[in-house]
Design a protein around this ligand. Structure first.
Ligand code: SF4
Length: 329
């Protein structure tokens, strides 16, 4: 079993990231097999419970109100619709449901009360419930925890140095503050980033360093490849080369050996052979469903065919491990 370290230096992470690809892949696969059942991959589903109309200016996001994209703003979903989608996702093998709302921050109002109800209902389905709702106070994080939330997603996106090139309506410190509030409520943290935003390799390494030097590593680390959307400032960004995705996944696996590394946005462009290398490198979760919030994603059917080819099986909710540990303690 690997020792979990949170004193990584930029130089150490850079040395890992820049290894010859096959050496990196071998090392990451070894760490993965020491720490996880490599044949199990968690299927998560992402539901956009409130779409578009967001006041923020994230350059990659079609949900920002200021960009002219095909996304049509929609109000907060009714609770029953979320329950129905959660049941459908569960029947297709998902053990985690992430509910995303295009908000700058959570406000203490009836809409938040409705989200708390959604969390309770989905938790009752024995799924891991995650929310991504924007910035959050410590008090709001506690309310979500009390409702049964398992995880809160708040990506740091990129390095602190590159952050200002991508988003101007909030700061890196705002991001870290919300993650701190999530920790205070004893929720698990889901935080990762996106590559393909015009960042350098050094930015990617620095982003991984921020995550891998947190007092407690995020339990979940999504690695996304930008899906450029027409109408956003990053619409003309080139596709992320597959080897760069493998490098990110492998480096994340090595520096955060116990975390769930999620192969997230960008899979539509990746054939099975490329995704196989990411699973080999330590990715142990994917998002399923035709859409990832508003961008395309492989169908559940094609993912199941891929699992068959690669000998992978969907994993039960990680929260059940927490429960078992509590019972055994
Ligand atoms: S990424 Fe989130 S916060 Fe940024 S514009 Fe999109 S919905 Fe808003």
């Amino acid at each position: 079993m690997s020792i979990v370290r949170n004193d990584w230096t930029t130089e150490e992470i850079s040395a890992i990231y820049n290894k010859p690809l096959l050496d990196l892949l071998y090392e990451a696969a070894t760490v993965h097999r020491e720490n996880k059942d490599y044949s199990e991959v968690q299927i998560s589903s992402l539901v956009s419970i409130k779409t578009g109309g967001c006041p923020e200016d994230c350059s990659y996001c079609p949900q920002a109100a200021r960009y002219h994209t095909d996304v049509k703003a929609q109000g907060l979903m009714p609770i029953q619709e979320v329950i129905d989608l959660a049941k459908e996702a569960k029947s297709q093998g998902s053990s985690r449901l992430c509910m995303g709302a295009a908000w700058r921050e959570v406000k203490d109002n009836k809409q938040f009360d409705r989200v708390l109800e959604m969390v309770k209902e989905v938790n009752n389905l024995e799924m891991e419930v995650c929310c991504t709702l924007g910035m959050l106070s410590a008090d709001q994080a506690q309310k979500l925890a009390d409702a049964g939330l398992y995880a809160y997603n708040h990506n740091i996106d990129t390095s602190e140095e590159h952050y200002g090139e991508i988003i101007s309506t909030r700061t890196y410190d705002d991001r870290l503050k919300t993650i701190e509030n999530v920790r205070k409520a004893d929720l698990t943290v889901c935080s990762g980033g996106i590559i393909g935003l015009g960042e350098t390799n050094e930015d990617r390494i620095k982003m991984l360093k921020v995550l891998a030097t947190m007092e407690k590593h995020p339990e979940s680390v999504p690695i996304n490849a930008l899906v450029p959307v027409e109408g956003t400032p990053l619409q003309d960004q080139p596709r992320v080369p597959f080897d760069e995705m493998v490098r990110m996944v492998a480096t994340a696996r090595i520096v955060m050996p116990k975390s769930v590394v999620r192969l997230s946005a960008g899979r539509t462009e990746m054939p099975t052979s490329e995704q196989a290398l990411c699973f080999m490198a330590g990715a142990n979760s994917i998002f399923a469903g035709d859409k990832l919030l508003t961008t395309p994603n492989p169908s559940v059917k094609s993912d199941m065919e891929m699992f068959d080819i690669l000998g992978l099986t969907p994993r039960e909710a990680f929260k059940n491990e927490k429960k078992k540990a509590a019972v055994e303690a």
